[in-house]
Ligand binder design. Sequence first.
Ligand code: ME8
Length: 475
Amino acid sequence: MKKKFYITTPIYYINDVPHVGHAYTTVAADVLSRYYKSKDEDVFFLTGVDEHGAKIAEAAKKAGVEPKAFADSLVPRFQEAWKNLNINYSEFFRTTNPKHEEIVQDLILELKDKGFVEKKKYTGVYCVACEKFLLPDELVDGCCPDHGTKPEEHSEENYFFLLSKFGDKLSKAIEAGDYEILPESRKNEVIGKIKNGLEDVSISREKVEWGILFPGDESQTIYVWIDALINYWSAQKVFNQDNIWPADIHLMAKDILWFHAIIWPAMLLALDLPLPKKVFAHGFFTIGGQKMSKTRGNVLDPNTLVEKFGADAVRYSLLREFPFGEDGDISEEKIANRYQSELSNGLGNLVQRTISMINKYEIRISKSETNSKSETRKISKLIEDLKFDQALQEIAGEITKLNQYIEENKPWELAPKGSLGWTKTDQTKLAEVLSHVHSGLVDITPQIAPFMPETAEKMKKQLETLEPDPLFPRI
Ligand code: ME8
């Protein structure tokens, strides 16, 4: 039987079209998914959208339509963006799926039955863009640190999940490695916060109508985050996937690590369900140092980027620029630079000139030794550790080396010189040189495949048929 690998992205709020930040997580998930598929694992890759709550209801109201109709109109925009980026997800989750709604209600009832739910009064400030209550010390000049907007005063009687009971259990689970929080620095942050004590969390909303009804008290709806987190679990039934739980990895940015690393595992512990194996929080794309967000309105549209540079170059540039766990600035200019230097002048040019010389000098290619096995192992390990930037740096290094090898060996000087003809030694040497580069390219092809699937396909074909076709034409 094949080994299963269950990977998830967050389900994105459907209040607007996706931007490059959403594309970043989704591309990373797709790279992992393609990588594990290439290792013949049974991959289930889940992405989707988060449709309930005040944030969506407000966006729908602004657009003058009902929330469900609003969500329906945006779903294709997400699916189209993922198609443009060549994202090969297994299923697309929608939280308005009736099966999911039923499962969410069942799990809440179970939490209640087990004594982990209590009704309490709560007063605090709420950021609708985050869909969460903010603590006074989180505010920057009275505003949400991520969105720069002023949170609303809320005072209501809600049902609470008794998160405070789970601090010790969570700490033990983290220490025992039952589930891993990555990168390490984030794990330490989470452990620190648990040590400071966990507060119970509200799991219902009194004044939000657009949501799943709270079982046993229909005057309230289920807090959108609780509804959303359960998607990872309910996907099993929604898509008839037996035995995929626990998730092998939940991917997200650091903004929502708390929900994934604390609240979600605590709920699972309360329900006696297995914990996800890994939770990885990457950094933020920033524009001029500020988080890119729909609320701030400083977003880059992935579709426009794909139109300009093609899906593979965008996938490559997004993951190449800075370490996956850290923040980094992104711009069209940066993508254009990578395109030009590493893809067009680097890989594209290498493939093109190698094949042209093979054709021009009528060389018969023989299999040549390269050090690809250890290189491939190194790259595989980097992908498994989510060090995408380093994996791509390695690949870029191999390409540079092959280009240098050509410069050093100057195949054109070995070519027949006019009427002087061709010496046997030169002919043999030329075949050796070009075979070495050709073999190097054959080895690189599967290494780049998870990142640039289309390019890998084209390379494979061109290296077989020896019919060159520019991989990254000049823009
Ligand atoms: O939080 N840089 O949805 P969301 C990097 N519905 N990644 C970014 C980013 C940026 N500037 N902006 C967004 C939600 N992302 C909830 C999730 S899951 C049960 C519910 C990516 O639309 C990143 O993955 O606000 C981040 O965690 C996610 O989008 C937030 O998406």
